[in-house]
Write a protein that binds this ligand. Structure first.
Ligand SMILES: *Cc1c(COP(=O)(O)O)cnc(C)c1O
Length: 429
């Protein structure tokens, strides 16, 4: 198929470079360490949805904590450059900014699945008539295991209690109307609605505001796993009235393998110190935390901090600080504006240069698409992936035949995107 002059211009290297030159966020790319091949050439990195790159400031922040520990030992709790006693409070404002929450609704603690467990402990309150959990298919396995184990622990049969929303036979993604239909039919028996805000497999962004509304209308508690949403799309968790949410920080949030995760509890619940929870001393009101044996019963802090259990791992929180400083500088709205262009450009090139061997299953609707495109490869998916690796491109693969590509607005360029599409489609123009 021959292209028009306008198409040829869109596909040209000059166009990609002009887009990069006009990108107000382009300076952030230099703030990250890119992995290299054996010859020391930087790889093209599109796996930020799996493990984000290391900010160059991270090492210094960790070293600061090592130095303070060496220099001050126990006194570092109060005398460190960033005192450990209150280190989690460094995120009181930057944490909420990520997800559209109020101060006191977000804390960085534990890891994602652990936070889901803690949230289900407080917010999954089954009764004889209302005990089901509504979730999506496919859900991330860890979320499913967490839910199954809660059901088992409470003597409920997961086969009876888990209700899933699946893509229709001729579709790859789910519709809000399907969720509405299930809630209308059996909402009375559903205790908890728990979805990934962005599906890890398809990259579909769900309408979290509508789902929350529908869930509440049917008397359900509504929570979200934001592993693929945090640092990717703008959210308004407080205004949407979401009950709780949890997310990891090592994907789009670039905080390193296994980094400390985020947790949101809406303030209407967070203020309720009577809510059942698994408690520990770090969730206690700091004013009485150190009364220790003098204060024999737990007094929850009256915000989301009241869900903390242990004193936080400072060496794993330091990278979160490095990352959120960059997010505060770049800002979510600016990142989203670039992301819409960057992912849109990737889609456009893939569509122009398609060789018919793949289908983009991520919805082609702006509000349903974040950074990630999921490419369903019709044949030899594994070989396609190997060829990409050979060409110095890092992306990821989900069985049986989906290649996930995540051009992140923080550090990917339009030229990166063009180079990926050329490699993937075998174009040489
Ligand atoms: C990445 C991811 C996880 C990982 O859980 P961890 O507890 O951080 O290991 C869980 N759920 C979803 C949806 C994810 O994308």
């Amino acid at each position: 198929m021959s292209s028009t002059p306008q198409q040829a211009e869109l596909l040209s290297l000059e166009h990609a470079r002009a887009q990069d030159a006009a990108d107000p966020l382009r300076r952030f790319r230099e703030q990250f360490e890119f992995p290299q091949d054996h010859a020391g050439n930087p790889l093209l990195y599109f796996a930020g949805n799996s493990l984000g790159l290391q900010p160059k400031t991270t090492r210094g922040l960790i070293e600061q904590e090592l130095d303070d520990w060496a220099r001050l030992a126990v006194e570092g709790h109060f005398d460190a450059v960033r005192p450990w006693y209150s280190y989690h409070e460094l995120f009181r404002e930057s944490g909420p900014r990520l997800v559209g929450a109020n101060v006191g609704e977000v804390v960085m603690m534990n890891s994602l699945t652990v936070n889901l467990h803690l949230m289900m402990m407080s917010f999954y309150r089954p009764t004889d008539s209302r005990f089901k959990v509504l979730m999506e298919y496919p859900a991330f396995p860890s979320d499913l295991y967490a839910i199954q184990s809660h059901l088992h622990a409470r003597g409920i049969n997961p086969a009876e209690a888990i209700v899933t929303v699946r893509p229709a036979e001729d579709a790859h993604t789910i519709e809000t109307a399907q969720i509405e239909e299930i809630l209308q039919r059996e909402g009375d028996s559903i205790a908890l609605v728990l979805f990934g805000g962005v599906n890890y497999f398809t990259g579909q962004v769900l309408d979290m505001a509508a789902i929350t509304e529908l869930g509440h209308r049917n008397g359900c508690v509504v929570g979200f796993d934001l592993a693929h949403a945090a640092g990717n799309i703008p959210m308004e968790l407080h205004d949407w009235n979401v009950d709780f949410a949890a997310w990891c920080t090592y994907k789009y949030l670039n905080s390193g393998p296994g980094a400390v995760a985020g947790c949101f509890v809406h303030e209407k619940h967070a203020r309720n110190v009577e809510l059942p929870r698994f408690a520990g001393w770090w969730g206690n009101d700091p004013d009485t935390r150190f009364r220790m044996q003098l204060e024999a019963s737990f007094a929850a802090k009256a915000d989301v901090d009241g869900w903390q259990i242990s004193n936080p791992p400072i060496l794993s929180l330091a990278p979160v600080k490095a990352s959120l400083d960059l997010f505060d500088e770049a800002t979510i709205p600016a990142l989203r504006a670039k992301s819409v262009k960057l992912t849109g450009y990737m889609r456009e090139l893939l569509e122009q240069w398609t060789d018919g061997t793949f289908t983009i299953i991520t919805p082609n609707v702006e509000r349903q698409c974040g950074c990630q495109l999921s490419l369903l490869v019709h044949e030899d998916a594994k070989q396609r992936l190997d060829a990409l690796r050979e060409a110095g491109i890092v992306c990821d693969f989900r069985q049986p035949n989906v290649i996930r590509i995540a051009p992140t607005p923080m550090y990917n360029s339009f030229e990166d995107v063009r180079q990926f599409v050329r490699s993937f489609t075998g174009r040489t123009d």
